[in-house]
Write a protein that binds this ligand. Structure first.
Ligand code: BTN
Length: 252
């Protein structure tokens, strides 16, 4: 069972726990459509059976081993064009939390995968519901590998694999809520430059030469950073190019 975090103002205070569901993101979206779920509401499950990931992928997580939850926020202060700033704040919160809890080289792989020593420990799926020129609500889905024993992919890791001991899921979730709230409040306070600087300082592969495939085929370039909308900037032989998630696939 998950205890309501004691040290937050709103994050996780309204907790919707379901023992099992297809996808907490789907459930949280339904909740937003049917009710006026308050900011900071979290939908969490011990067994997510049809977890959704980026690029239409699925997210697999063994029951009772990991954190699979979705946070509802209402960033009405952000213009839809600036929605990537929410991605920045949430990724940083995960990085802050992991830096606090485990040792290792913890980075953010654009746009929002959290890596420890080059392997993915956490995936984030943010779904924004836009209404005119405002973000009506955002569902922030977080899948964090905590006590996952059987690692499903070569490129994945978990907190217990790094620390060599298991963690209490409820305690970790409570603490994570504190880190999420801190970064979200920074975003709400308009401290965008600080957030961007922090994000760039831990952006995986920044300044490095990478091979990738884009609309023109296989090419390579140096990762430079992100633009105003959060597109990835790469210095290629054809000049600086910006990419969104659907336009680029790294290889090697
Ligand atoms: C990714 O592809 O890296 C994003 C994975 C996001 C998974 C989380 S688990 C909780 C929430 N519910 C979902 O269906 N997906 C997100």
């Amino acid at each position: 069972m998950y205890k309501i975090p004691a040290n937050t103002l709103f994050m996780g205070k309204n907790l919707v726990y379901v023992p099992e569901c297809h996808s907490t993101n789907t459930l949280a979206s339904e909740l937003c459509q049917l009710t006026s779920a308050v900011e900071g509401t979290i939908v969490i499950t011990d067994n997510q059976t049809k977890g959704r990931g980026q690029r239409g992928n699925s997210w697999l997580s063994d029951p009772h081993k990991n954190l699979t939850f979705s946070l509802i926020v209402r960033p009405t202060f952000l213009r839809p064009i600036d929605q990537f700033n929410l991605t920045i704040a949430i990724s940083l919160a995960l990085r802050d939390f992991l830096t606090h809890r485990i040792n290792g080289d913890i980075n953010i792989k654009w746009p929002n995968d959290i890596l420890v020593n080059g392997k993915k420990v956490c995936g984030i799926l943010i779904e924004n519901m836009l209404s005119g020129d405002t973000i009506h609500y955002s569902v922030v889905g977080i899948g964090l590998n905590v006590n996952q024993d059987s690692l499903l992919l070569e490129a994945a890791t978990s907190m217990n694999a790094i620390a060599r001991h298991d963690f209490n899921l409820s305690d970790e979730w409570s603490l994570l809520c504190e880190f999420l709230e801190k970064r979200y409040l920074q975003l709400r306070a308009g401290k965008i430059d600080e957030l961007k600087n922090d994000y760039l300082s831990c952006l995986y592969g920044k300044g490095e030469l990478r091979k990738f495939i884009d609309a023109t085929g296989e090419t390579q370039g140096v990762i430079e950073g992100i633009d105003q909308q959060g597109k990835l900037l790469i210095d290629t032989p054809a000049g600086i190019k910006s990419y969104d998630l659907k336009e680029i696939r790294f290889i090697g």
